[in-house]
Design a protein around this ligand. Sequence first.
Ligand SMILES: [Fe+2]
Ligand SMILES: [Fe+2]
Length: 269
Amino acid sequence: MRTTIDSYKSRAGRLDLEGIDFDDFRDHPLPPDALRSLRYMHDVEHHTVCYLRDLLLTPAHQDPAITSFLSCWVFEEMWHGEAIAGVLEAHGEPAGAPRIAALRRGHRRRQAVSTLSTIASAAFAGRAFIALHMTWGAINEWTTQAGYARLSETAGHPTLRELLRRIMKQEGSHIDFYASEATRRLDESAKAQKMTRFALSHWWRPVGSGVMPKREVGFLVTYLFAGDKGAEALARIDRRVDRLPGQSDLHLLTRAVAGIPDGAVSHTS
Ligand SMILES: [Fe+2]
Ligand SMILES: [Fe+2]
């Protein structure tokens, strides 16, 4: 059954933190590399609202179903960032507003603007752009959910596992909407298929690449996706991309990880 905006809206809401014992992290702290991954995830989840600012300058703002989705989606992503902030704070780390304010000052200096909005302002107009946006969103959400799954497995911490399970469930709703819209919109237009394929193969990069330092992108990708299990997770996403109309054999994920230099591998500084 296709996920519609109505079915997504009826499920959307604030992340349920009932019964999550954040104090457990004080008694049983996470290993340094897991914490470093969570800092990245905290920053990227909280960056969603700035990404939305850019998206609303594209043709996405003309479609009321898309703007309804984005309104609920940005709310859910904000609470993912807040939940991760709770984990960082339990470890005595700065998180939430002070950390976000410092990051935004850095983004302002670098005038960070999302790749998608740059593409929209360049040449990708109207409905074809929305097909690209939905495809890009599906790939980012697949990757994010896979990243949380790998972190949950690697960290082996019961409280973190339960928190990430709840976050992943909401990422699953985002996936359903983006992937369902991407499939339908690509199916309707050969032009959208062609433009999307071109944009993905030239400009898609792992989530957070536009705003996080290169070193942190390299660390996260390698920490979570190196090794057999990581490679399996990436190949699974590539197979999902293959099934989208006109997007087969792009190998985006496996190519992106192969492009990370060896020196970027772990270990917490
Ligand atoms: Fe999220
Ligand atoms: Fe998401």
